[in-house]
Write a protein that binds this ligand. Structure first.
Ligand code: ZN
Length: 418
């Protein structure tokens, strides 16, 4: 007598290799040659060698996708983006390439910096901002990102910050990528407000409204010279916690703020950038279980004078995550390029980078129980690459190797069928 077997409705079958990226994988990526994944509804039923699938799962009614010669891995998680904003800063970017002084551009009314983007963003409606962000999310999905975090922070007023979070909600509802929302009212100090007045508005008006409307999962703060001080960062992140928002922090991107102990003390779900964080600060974060987020494309885009050495974070025993930092100053939608840069510029192995772009990034969003690896019970978010080895991700520079994207059990991108 055979036990009743669960029925799959989709089988992605016989890949040259399948990466589970499961937490306990000794090789970090859980490589399975000739691997398959069986899916029912939006969840994974079984993962393993193709020859063993029929034993565990009823495949009688399953639609089969042949993945021979290809690579299956979890969908990428982009755990740090500023994907919602108005307009562009292409003039500023082009000028900075040759070291031009951008102050003269600003004097001509060309948007420069966070404040320049904030002025453009405030001039747009929720509908218009959704319209500008949707193509960016479409590019992310087509290059394999199945979950993305999205921060506010270009509104810098009560009404505009809330609107940006409403944009996040709309984006989450209107396209396949799951969008997790982060309140980053503390991104810069607005031109039309004093520091003290604006921090009070964050604490007394924005945070209660964000919580009342359920608009964000996380509260983030840009802790750096010229942005938010250590003391302000503490007050804002503690205020977020009081309103049920998990803390995240932009930490030591351009100056050493001394905020690593704060991030460890508050149990930040992630600490991001870390360019100037000293080893003892990294150690505190690692001991506190804070996920460390590296964004090599940002360092490239701004020609950072002190690029992050992610290798050192891994060697310190940290849970590493990768992200694009998609924003007007680093216009990147592809986690594949992030992997290229992390491997070559930050000296990660391909396995370390892939792990950081999937399970590590899921941990940076507190979602590692739901996404980031291919395991029974988790969401069926996966990608099929048209190459037979996962190392090709680091090797083929600037190429989109994603052939199919399965999001919550549904094939949402298929380059072969297209
Ligand atoms: Zn950021």
């Amino acid at each position: 007598m055979t036990a009743h077997k669960p029925a799959a409705d989709l089988l992605v079958n016989g890949a040259a290799e399948l990466l589970t990226c499961r937490p306990d994988a000794p090789d970090l990526v859980g490589r399975i040659p000739n691997g398959s994944v069986a899916i029912a509804g939006e969840r994974i039923l079984a993962v393993g060698p193709a020859a063993e699938m029929a034993r565990a799962v009823d495949l009688g009614r399953a639609r089969v996708i042949d993945a021979s010669g290809r690579t299956i891995l979890p969908g990428f998680v982009d755990c740090h983006t500023h994907v919602v904003f108005g307009g562009s800063r292409v003039e500023e970017y082009a000028a900075r390439l040759t070291g031009e002084n951008v102050d003269s551009l600003a004097a001509l009314g060309v948007p420069v910096g966070i404040r320049g983007t904030a002025a453009l963003t405030r001039s747009l409606s929720v509908d218009q901002l959704v319209g500008q962000a949707l193509p960016r999310l479409g590019e992310m999905l087509a290059s394999g990102t199945t979950t993305a975090e999205s921060k506010s922070g270009y509104g810098l007023s009560v009404e505009s910050e809330l609107d940006l979070l409403r944009v996040n909600r709309r984006l989450n509802e209107t396209q396949p990528v799951d969008v997790l929302s982060t309140f980053l009212g503390a991104h810069a100090i607005p031109e039309d407000s004093s520091r003290a007045t604006y921090v009070s508005a964050i604490l007394e008006e924005m945070l209660p409204a964000v919580a009342a409307e359920g608009l964000a999962e996380f509260c983030d703060v840009y802790c750096d010279d010229g942005f938010y001080t250590l003391d302000e960062s503490r007050r804002i992140l503690e205020g977020g916690l009081e309103h049920g928002l998990q803390p995240k922090i932009h930490l030591d991107a351009y100056s050493h703020t001394g905020a690593a102990p704060l991030a460890a003390e508050l149990g930040c779900v992630s600490a991001d950038h870390l360019n100037l964080t000293p080893p003892e600060g990294i150690e505190l974060l690692v001991d506190a279980g804070v996920t460390l987020v590296a964004m090599p494309a940002l360092d490239l885009a701004v020609a950072h004078p002190q690029p992050l050495h992610a290798r050192e974070l891994v060697d310190a025993g940290g849970e590493l995550a990768l992200a694009t930092d998609m924003c007007p100053g680093c216009w990147l939608t592809s986690m594949q390029l992030v992997i290229v840069l992390a491997c070559r510029l930050q000296r990660l192995s391909v396995a370390e980078a892939v792990r950081a772009a999937t399970l590590g990034a899921a941990a940076a969003l507190g979602c590692e129980q739901e996404i980031g690896s291919l395991e029974p019970g988790k969401l069926a978010d996966l990608i099929v690459l048209d190459v037979p080895r996962f190392e090709e991700l680091a090797y083929r520079l600037g190429r989109n190797s994603v052939e199919k994207v399965v999001k919550r059990g549904v094939v949402v991108i298929d380059r072969v069928a297209a």
